[in-house]
Design a protein around this ligand. Structure first.
Ligand SMILES: [Mn+2]
Length: 402
């Protein structure tokens, strides 16, 4: 039996206001072909199908188009909700999708047994992103030493409960757990939203019961193994979702199971449908690089332009802005640009370098910069304010999703 693990598609995602639907379409065409060629039996998508709780119509249409193509391939599909997905939105069509052999677990199920999917000789614990309320419920009556510890305990308890049920009911079958969470030691990029109290409440690889033969994780966009344990993995996102991922090799994973054991875990590279590149230098250098730029991928490249000049000169800023707005090339699109001057005298009040976009600054780094200016605050106070702010941020984001 062959199982394909992927996650973090983020359908509907825009990168600096630029639509990624062509990237997603090319990925899905490629994936359908791969599933067909490799005769995949089960497809696991570990959360963040959509980028937004209320995704645009085009993204929803693409999702259903994909599921429609999959029906012909007779591949079992298991989809779980991520922190970007609305659990209710994903779950809305679940009953009709179930009839088509597509299992959707947008949010936690009651009873918890409903998260267990048995398909031929395989058991899958389809655990979605566990929200604060789910975790509070999980550890009712018992608690750790801090809120951070409680989150970790809540997550561990959820998996342990499933592990006990699976072991009792299906002692000899291979078992896979899905999850959308922040695991300790994982290396994130810039496109994940912080979860679990600002990533403080991380789950350890060792928190997953050894009865799980494989843990198919989502949330972190770089593919990686957790805690040196080959059986606990993030597949990462199939397409780059931020410039920080421009050099990452994107992958999907294929597990080969026979004799009720995982025999092999294969990494399949996703082709690069679009290049993300940074072009930097003085204005003259950048201009000539832009003219000479050659594209090697099917879609136009996305460029990040960074001009560094010696001395402050407003005319250079204007010239750069004109150059960017007039740049119309069949090879590339400039998504963002900025300029800085090495010898610029900055006023102490100035928080941002010239040309830095507001959308590039996270809410937390904004507060960080503000707190740095408060000389009367102790480090402890600063840390407390940051923690409270992180919690508020999480509440606002979760509210957005519902
Ligand atoms: Mn994600």
């Amino acid at each position: 039996m062959k199982i394909l693990h992927t996650a973090d598609w983020h359908l509907g995602k825009k990168l600096h206001k630029h639509d990624l639907s062509k990237d997603h379409q090319l990925f899905l065409d490629w994936l359908i072909n791969l599933i067909h060629e490799q005769k995949i039996d089960v497809l696991l998508i570990s959360g963040d199908i959509f980028d937004l709780a209320n995704p645009p119509i085009e993204a929803r249409a693409m999702y259903y188009w994909f599921l429609r193509q999959m029906i012909q391939l007779k591949c079992k599909i298991i989809i779980t909700g991520g922190n970007h997905d609305s659990a209710q939105m994903l779950d809305a069509p679940k009953d009709i999708l179930q009839l088509l052999d597509i299992k959707v677990v947008g949010g936690t199920e009651t009873p918890i047994e409903n998260e267990i999917v048995v398909f031929e000789n395989l058991v899958v614990c389809a655990v979605p992103y566990l929200r604060d309320a789910d975790l509070r419920q999980a550890i009712e009556g018992e608690s750790g030493t801090s809120r951070i510890e409680n989150v970790r305990l809540g997550i561990k308890k959820h998996y342990d409960t499933l592990a006990v049920i699976c072991q009792e009911k299906y002692p000899n079958l291979p078992k896979i757990a899905m999850g959308h969470l922040y695991a300790n030691g994982s290396i994130s990029s810039e496109s994940e939203r912080e979860i679990q109290i600002g990533n403080l409440a991380s789950v350890e690889g060792a928190d997953f019961s050894p009865i799980f033969d494989y843990v198919a994780l989502g949330h972190i966009h770089r593919p990686q193994i957790i805690g040196g344990n080959e059986r606990i993995r993030y597949s990462g996102s199939p397409i780059p979702l931020s410039f920080s991922e421009k050099n990452d090799q994107k992958i999907v994973l294929i597990l080969d199971i026979s004799a009720n054991k995982i025999q092999e875990i294969k990494t399949i590279e996703v082709p690069k449908f679009r290049e993300l590149k940074r072009i930097s230098g003085t204005l003259e250098v950048v201009k000539s690089k832009l003219i000479a730029f050659q594209n090697e991928a099917p879609l136009k490249s996305f460029l990040e332009v960074e001009v560094v000049e010696e001395n402050f000169n407003p005319l250079i800023i204007k010239e750069l802005n004109d150059c960017i707005s007039l740049y119309d090339d069949e090879n590339a699109i400039v998504l963002k640009h900025k300029i800085s001057f090495k010898n610029e005298v900055k006023s102490s009040e100035e928080l941002f370098v010239e040309g830095e976009n507001l959308e590039d600054i996270s809410e937390k780094s904004m507060l960080q910069k503000r707190l740095e200016k408060e000389n009367s605050l102790s480090d402890e106070h600063r840390a407390l304010m940051m923690e409270a702010f992180t919690e508020l941020l999480l509440m606002v984001e979760q509210d957005d999703e519902n």
